[in-house]
Ligand binder design. Structure first.
Ligand code: GRF
Length: 191
C-alpha cells in the first residue's frame, strides 16, 4: 500500500506544489489531502490542480476538538507535512503522529526561528545581523515553534550586496529541491 501524506499550509504552497509533483507518479507514496486554516490560501488552488482533496478548518476546530486528528486517521495518513503552516501544532495531533510530523523553516535553526519568525521577517533579520551564511532546516515538529530534532539543513553563502529577494530566492530553490527528497527518504524507513 502506498504511504499517505497530509500537507498543512497557510499560504502560497510552492513547497506543497513540489511535493505534489514529486509524488504524483510515485509507487511509494501519495498526497492524500491538503489542509489549510486560511480559506484564501493559494495552496488550495494548487491542490485542486492536482485533483487532490483539500480541507479548510478554523482555529477553534483545530485547538478545541479532535476533528482534524479523526479526519487524518480516517484517511489513513502516515505522515504530516507542514509547508508554510503558521499555527502551532496542538498536543492531540502531536500524540497521534509521533515523529511523523515534519516542518520546513527558511533559516539555519536554531538561528532565526521561533514565534513570529516566518516569511520575510526571517530574511530581514538575517541581513540585519550581517550573516555570511544562510539556509533552510527540515525538522521534526514538537510542541514549540521550530524546535524539534533537525533532519536536514541546506546552506548557502550570503554574498555582499545580496538583497532580501536574492536570499529568499536562494532559500526557496533549496527548499524545493530538498523537501520532497527528505520526505521520500523518511517514508522509505516506515514499515
Ligand atoms: C517556506 O519558506 C517555508 O520554509 C516556511 O514557509 C514558506 C512557505 O512557502 N515554513 P510556500 O508557501 O511553500 O511557498
Amino acid at each position: 500500500m502506498k504511504k499517505r501524506i497530509a500537507i498543512f499550509a497557510s499560504g502560497s504552497g510552492s513547497n506543497a506544489q513540489k511535493i505534489m509533483e514529486h509524488f504524483k507518479y510515485s509507487d511509494l507514496a501519495e498526497v492524500a489531502i491538503v489542509l489549510s486554516n486560511n480559506p484564501d490560501a493559494y495552496v488550495l488552488q494548487r491542490a485542486d490542480n492536482f485533483e487532490i482533496p483539500s480541507h479548510i478548518f478554523d482555529k477553534t476546530v483545530f485547538y478545541q476538538t479532535n476533528e482534524i486528528v479523526d479526519l487524518l486517521k480516517r484517511l489513513e495518513v502516515d505522515m504530516v507535512i507542514l509547508a508554510g503552516f503558521l499555527l502551532l501544532v496542538p498536543e492531540n495531533l502531536l500524540q497521534a503522529f509521533p515523529n511523523k510530523i515534519i516542518n520546513i523553516h527558511p533559516a539555519l535553526l536554531p538561528k532565526f526561528g521561533g514565534k513570529g519568525m516566518y516569511g520575510d521577517r526571517v530574511h530581514k533579520a538575517v541581513l540585519a545581523a550581517g550573516e555570511k551564511e544562510h539556509g533552510i532546516t527540515i525538522h521534526f515538529v514538537n510542541e514549540h515553534f521550530d524546535e524539534g530534532e533537525v533532519i536536514y539543513q541546506g546552506r548557502f553563502a550570503v554574498d555582499a550586496g545580496d538583497t532580501l529577494e536574492i536570499i529568499k530566492f536562494k532559500g526557496q530553490q533549496l527548499e524545493h529541491l530538498h523537501y520532497p527528497k527528505v520526505i521520500e527518504n523518511l517514508l522509505k524507513k516506515y514499515n
